[in-house]
Design a protein around this ligand. Structure first.
Ligand code: SF4
Length: 477
C-alpha cells in the first residue's frame, strides 16, 4: 500500500522506499503524538473515531465512509483508499461541505517533512478522490509556560498550511509503483542518506555501504557534503588523503597521526593548563530530562529539567556525593539546595564540556532568585577538563578525531572494565534522560534497580573525569 510515508521515502531515495516495500507484515505507524491527544480533544471534542486496524486499509476506509454518511462532524483517524494508495489523517472536521483535515505533531516547529506528507495526501484527496480539503497542522507552542493545569488552547498551535504545500506531480504515483515492482534500484550513497530538514537518517546505510577501517566518514569535523565529495572522488579511507594541509588543524592531526601511527602529548600545554587545578577538586556531572508536555509548574514543552548529579571529590582520598530526584515531583529546588550544600564556596568544580553544567546552574539561579547568589558562585568556579583534548594537546588515534568523554575514556583506558560504559545498563545521557522521563510520567513504575542504573551511569561520568585528570597528571610527570 502506498502511503504518505512511502512518498516521503521515495522523495528521499527510491532505493530506501524499495527496501521498505520488501518488509512483510507492515502495520500502520502512528507518530508519537499520542500524549497530545487529550489536549487536542479538548479543542475538538471527538464525535467518533475510526479504529486503528493494522493492515486493514479497506476496512478503515469503509468505516470512515460510513461515519461520513451518518453525518458525524468530527472524525478521528479518518482513512481513505484509492486503488493501492492509503490516506490517513489524525482527525477531520466536516463543516459547510468542506473537509478540514488535521495532522498532530509532537514538535515545536513545522518541518518540511510534515508539509510534504500533507502535500501528498492533499494530492490524492483532491485529484484522485475528488474531495477538496483544507489542511492544518497542530503542533506545540514552545513558549507556553505552565502554571497550574496544562491549558490546551495555550499549549497547542493550529496552523492552516494549504498555502505552504507543494504541487505533487501526477506521475509520482506511477513512478513509485514501478519502483516497488522492479528490482533494487541502483542509487549511490550521498547526502540524501543523512538527516536534514527534509530527510531522516536512512536506516539502510549498512545495506548500501560497508565502511572500511578508518573510513573517510570517520574524519571528524567536516560537513557531510565534504565527506561525500571525498568519497565520490575515490578517497574512501583517511590514509588515501595525500596532502592533509588543505584541511583544518583537527583534521590534519587526525590524518597525520593515523598515517604515521603516532600520538600527541603536549607536556607543556597540559602542564600549564593543569597548574590552575588545586585540591580539593569537585568533579561534577548533571543529568536532565525533557518532555513534550511541561511536567511541572514553571516549565515549558521540552524545558531542560535537571534531575540528578554526581560529584566525586578528590583530595587526599576520593569520596562521592550525589542527588537523584523523586520521579513525579519537580526535582529542581531540592537539587539546587543540595548542590549548594554539597559544594563549598570557592572550591574548584571540574566538568567535562562545562557549558552544559554552567547552563544548568544558571537556569536554576534564574528560577530561584533566593538561591541565585550561591548558585552563581559555584557557576563561576567551574573549569573544563575537556580543553586538553579539544585543543588536541592530547590525542590518540583511538579517539577518532573526537574529544567527548565517550571517545576519550576508552582510548585512555581500553582494558579497564570498571571504566567501560558498555558494562552498564544505562550507557549514555540519552538513555538516562528517557529512563527518568518515563519514570516521571509513571512514578508507580519506579524500582530500585532502575534508580541504581541511573546512579551507576552518572557516577561513572564523574569517576571517568577523576581518572582522566589523574592520567593527564601521570603522563606529563
Ligand atoms: S543508504 Fe542512501 S542510497 Fe541507500 S537506501 Fe538509504 S538513502 Fe538510499
Amino acid at each position: 500500500m502506498i502511503t504518505k510515508q512511502t512518498f516521503l521515502q521515495f522523495n528521499q531515495c527510491p532505493k530506501y522506499m524499495w527496501y521498505e516495500g520488501q518488509k512483510s507484515n507492515k502495520i500502520i505507524k502512528r507518530l508519537d503524538s499520542n500524549r497530545l491527544y487529550p489536549y487536542v480533544k479538548k479543542l475538538f471534542p471527538e464525535s467518533i473515531s475510526v479504529p486503528n486496524l493494522p493492515g486493514q486499509y479497506y476496512k478503515m476506509a469503509q468505516i470512515t465512509k460510513q461515519y461520513l454518511n451518518e453525518n458525524h462532524s468530527i472524525i478521528y483517524n479518518p482513512c481513505f483508499v484509492k486503488e493501492d494508495i492509503f490516506v490517513q489523517y489524525d482527525f477531520m472536521v466536516v463543516k459547510n461541505n468542506t473537509y478540514h483535515v488535521y495532522d498532530v505533531k509532537a514538535s515545536t516547529k513545522l518541518s518540511k517533512r510534515f508539509l510534504l506528507e500533507l502535500s501528498f495526501n492533499k494530492h490524492i484527496m483532491e485529484k484522485q478522490l475528488k474531495m477538496p480539503v483544507k489542511s492544518y497542522l497542530i503542533y506545540v507552542n514552545k513558549n507556553y509556560l505552565r502554571t497550574g493545569k496544562i491549558k490546551a488552547e495555550k499549549l497547542l498551535l493550529i496552523q492552516p498550511v494549504d498555502r505552504d504545500l507543494i504541487n505533487i506531480k501526477p506521475s509520482i504515483v506511477l513512478k513509485m509503483r514501478n519502483t516497488l515492482l522492479l528490482d533494487l534500484p541502483h542509487i549511490d550513497i550521498g547526502l540524501h542518506c543523512e538527516s536534514s530538514a527534509e530527510f531522516i537518517e536512512c536506516p539502510y546505510k549498512a545495506d548500501c555501504y560497508k565502511a572500511d577501517e578508518n573510513s573517510i566518514f570517520e574524519l571528524a569535523g567536516l560537513h557531510k557534503s565534504e565527506l561525500y565529495e571525498l568519497f565520490h572522488n575515490g578517497i574512501q579511507q583517511m590514509h588515501m588523503i595525500e596532502d592533509s594541509r588543505a584541511y583544518g588543524k583537527n583534521q590534519r592531526i587526525q590524518i597525520e597521526c593515523l598515517k604515521r601511527n603516532i600520538a600527541i602529548v603536549d607536556h607543556k600545554m597540559i602542564r600549564d593548563y593543569l597548574k590552575i587545578f588545586k585540591l580539593p577538586l569537585y568533579f561534577l556531572d548533571f543529568e536532565s530530562f525533557r518532555d513534550i508536555l511541561p511536567p511541572f509548574n514553571r516549565t515549558s514543552p521540552y524545558t531542560e529539567i535537571p534531575f540528578q548529579y554526581s560529584i566525586h571529590i578528590l583530595n587526599e582520598t576520593l569520596t562521592q556525593k550525589g542527588f537523584l530526584g523523586k520521579p513525579g515531583e519537580d526535582p529542581r529546588r531540592a537539587l539546587a539546595e543540595q548542590l549548594i550544600h554539597d559544594i563549598p564556596e570557592n572550591v574548584q568544580i571540574i566538568a567535562y564540556n562545562m557549558s552544559y553544567e554552567k547552563r544548568v546552574i544558571k537556569n536554576l539561579a534564574n528560577l530561584f532568585v533566593d538561591l541565585s547568589k550561591d548558585l552563581m558562585i559555584r557557576h563561576d568556579h567551574i573549569y573544563d577538563l575537556e580543553v586538553p583534548f579539544e585543543k588536541k594537546w592530547y590525542y590518540l588515534n583511538d579517539m577518532k578525531g573526537k574529544y567527548s568523554i565517550k571517545n576519550v575514556l576508552p582510548a585512555l583506558f581500553p582494558m579497564d572494565k570498571n571504566l567501560d560504559y558498555n558494562t552498564l545498563t544505562i550507557q549514555n545521557g540519552l538513555m538516562a534522560m528517557t529512563t527518568y522521563r518515563d519514570l516521571n510520567r509513571n512514578p508507580d513504575a519506579v524500582n530500585k534497580e532502575t534508580l541504581k542504573d541511573l546512579w551507576d551511569y552518572c557516577s561513572l561520568d564523574t569517576l571517568a573525569m577523576v581518572k582522566i585528570y589523574q592520567k593527564l597528571k601521570e603522563d606529563i610527570r
